[in-house]
Design a protein around this ligand. Structure first.
Ligand code: FAD
Length: 432
C-alpha cells in the first residue's frame, strides 16, 4: 500500500493550503457577517457576496479549479476546465487536496469542489449522454451554474433508497415527475439550475431496478422550492437545503440518466468517491479545530495554569491527535482501494470511513468547543458551524447505522455462508 501523494498532488495540496490560509480564511468572517447583516435587515441572504466570485476567478487562474475531476474519465475536462496539470487526480491524490479544502466552509465552493456539485458532475461524466454533458456538465465545470441532488423525501425513511415514492413515470417520449423531496443541498443558490432527481419508474421491476435518475431543470414548470431548511440552526448559505415539490413536471425521456431503472447503479458509482471527499474534508476540519483548541488552551489561564494543563485536558488533546491520524490513514486506505479495485471491491472500506470519520470529527470539534468555553458556542469562532457540518454528515449520504450495516454484512458474509453450509443454523431452527 502506498498512500503517499504524487509530487503533483503534494504540490497542489501545498498551494491549496496556501490559498485557503492567505485568500479565503481572512475574508470568511466578513462573508458570514455580511449574511448575518442582510438577514437582520430582512434582505435576501442567498446571493453570495461578490468576493466569492472574485476568489473563484483567482483560484481558477492559479490552476486550483475542479481538482476533484477523476483520473481517466475526467482527463479531457480537466485539460479544458482549468485543472492544473491538465489531467485528473486519483482518489488517493485528491484526498490530500480535499483535506486542505476542508479547513474552511467556503473553500470547496471557491475551488468548484463542493458537494453536491462534485457528485453530480461525476454522475454526468460517467453516465451522461454527450447532449446531457454539453447541457449541464460543461456549465457546472465552468462554474456558471450549480446543482442539487434530489433523493431524500419527507414522507419515507430515505436511508433505504428503495423506499423512494416520488415518481418518474414514462409516458410516450416523455418522463413525468411527481413528488416531494427535501434536504436538497444546493437548492438555495441563485445559480442552482439543475437537479438530479431520483424517482420510481417501475414498481414491478426487481428491487434495485425500479427507480430512475432524471436531470430536471429547476426552472421547469411544476418545480417549486417550497422552503429552505436549517441544519442545527444554520441555513448554510449560499447553498442551503431545499424542500422541493414536483407536480406533473414533463420532460423529454432524454432527461433520464443512462436509461430507466438505473438509479441504484448510478447512486453506487456516485457515492464512493464522494464519501472519500467528505471524509477527507472532515479530517481537515478536525485538524483545524484541534489547532484552535491547542492555541486557546495554551494561551488562556484558569486556576493559575494554562487550560491545557488543567484536569485531563492534555490527554484529551493527545487522544484527539491520535484519532485524527487514525482516521486519515483509514480514509487514505479507502481511497487507495477505490483506485486499485474500484467501488465494488471497496464497499466495506468506504462505509467504514463514512461511519467513523464524521463521529471522530464531531468528537474533536466538541472538545475544541469545550476548551473555548462560551466563546466556542458563538459565531466568533468557526467551531459551532463546524460542529453542525460534521454532525450533518452522520446523516447525509446515509446514516452511520446503514454504513455499519454494510460493514457487518461484508464481515459476516463468509461466516454466515459457512454456517449455512454446515446446516448449523437449520439444526437450531434458525432460518435466516
Ligand atoms: C445537512 C444535510 C444535507 C443533506 N443533503 C442531502 C442532499 O443533498 N440530497 C439528498 O437527497 N439528501 C440529503 N440529505 C438527507 C440525508 O441523506 C438523509 O437524511 C439520510 O439518508 C437519512 O434519511 P431520513 O432522514 O429519511 O432518515 P430515516 O431513513 O427515517 O432514518 C432515521 C434513523 O433511523 C435509523 N436507521 C435507519 N436505517 C437503519 C439501519 N439500517 N440500522 C439501524 N438504524 C437505522 C438511523 O438512526 C437513522 O438516522 C441531507 C441531510 C442533511 C442533514
Amino acid at each position: 500500500m502506498d498512500f503517499a501523494p504524487s509530487p503533483r498532488a503534494a504540490d497542489l495540496a501545498t498551494r491549496v493550503r496556501a490559498f485557503v490560509d492567505t485568500e479565503i480564511e481572512p475574508v470568511e468572517p466578513a462573508v458570514l457577517r455580511d449574511v448575518a447583516a442582510r438577514r437582520a435587515r430582512g434582505e435576501d441572504t442567498w446571493p453570495p457576496p461578490t468576493v466569492v466570485a472574485d476568489l473563484q476567478a483567482k483560484a481558477r487562474r492559479h490552476g486550483l479549479w475542479n481538482l476533484f475531476l477523476p483520473a481517466g474519465h475526467g482527463d479531457a475536462y480537466a485539460a479544458r476546465f482549468g485543472t492544473d496539470g491538465g489531467t485528473g487526480l486519483s482518489n488517493t491524490d485528491y484526498a490530500a487536496v480535499a483535506e486542505q479544502t476542508g479547513r474552511s466552509a467556503l473553500a470547496p465552493l471557491v475551488f468548484n469542489c463542493n458537494a453536491p456539485d462534485t457528485g453530480n458532475m461525476e454522475v454526468l461524466l460517467r453516465y451522461g449522454s454527450p447532449e446531457q454533458q454539453q447541457e449541464w456538465l460543461e456549465p457546472l465545470l465552468d462554474g456558471r451554474v450549480r446543482s442539487a441532488f434530489l433523493m431524500t423525501e419527507p414522507g419515507v425513511a430515505s436511508s433505504d433508497a428503495t423506499n423512494m415514492r416520488a415518481t418518474a413515470a414514462l409516458d410516450g417520449d416523455d418522463v413525468v415527475l411527481d413528488g416531494r423531496k427535501w434536504w436538497s443541498t444546493g437548492a438555495g443558490h441563485p445559480d442552482c439550475k439543475v437537479g438530479v432527481f431520483m424517482g420510481l419508474t417501475d414498481p414491478t421491476a426487481s428491487r434495485h431496478r425500479q427507480h430512475s435518475m432524471v436531470l430536471v431543470p429547476l426552472e421547469a414548470p411544476g418545480v417549486k422550492v417550497e422552503r429552505l431548511l436549517t441544519a442545527l440552526g444554520q441555513y448554510d448559505e449560499p447553498l442551503g437545503h431545499g424542500e422541493v415539490s414536483l407536480t406533473a413536471v414533463r420532460l423529454p425521456r432524454t432527461a433520464i440518466l443512462a436509461g430507466p431503472g438505473r438509479a441504484s447503479e448510478i447512486a453506487q458509482g456516485r457515492l464512493g468517491p464522494g464519501r472519500v471527499h467528505h471524509c477527507m474534508r472532515l479530517i481537515g476540519l478536525a485538524e483545524k479545530s484541534l489547532e484552535l483548541a491547542c492555541e486557546r488552551s495554551t494561551s488562556r489561564v484558569a486556576f493559575g495554569k494554562p487550560i491545557a494543563d488543567l484536569g485531563g485536558n492534555r490527554e484529551r488533546l493527545a487522544r484527539a491527535r491520535i484519532a485524527i491520524n487514525q482516521s486519515r490513514l483509514l480514509v487514505l486506505h479507502a481511497a487507495w482501494k477505490l483506485d486499485t479495485v474500484g467501488i465494488e471491491g471497496a464497499q466495506s472500506e468506504v462505509s467504514e470511513i463514512k461511519a467513523a470519520v464524521p463521529q471522530m470529527a464531531c468528537d474533536v470539534i466538541d472538545l475544541a468547543i469545550q476548551l473555548h468555553g462560551g466563546g466556542g458556542m458563538s459565531d466568533d469562532f468557526p467551531l459551532a458551524a463546524a460542529y453542525a457540518g460534521a454532525r450533518s454528515l452522520r446523516l447525509a449520504d446515509g446514516p452511520d447505522e446503514v454504513h455499519l450495516g454494510v460493514v457487518a454484512r461484508i464481515l459476516l458474509r463468509p461466516y454466515a455462508a459457512r454456517a449455512a453450509a454446515t446446516g448449523e443454523l437449520a439444526s437450531h431452527g434458525v432460518t435466516r
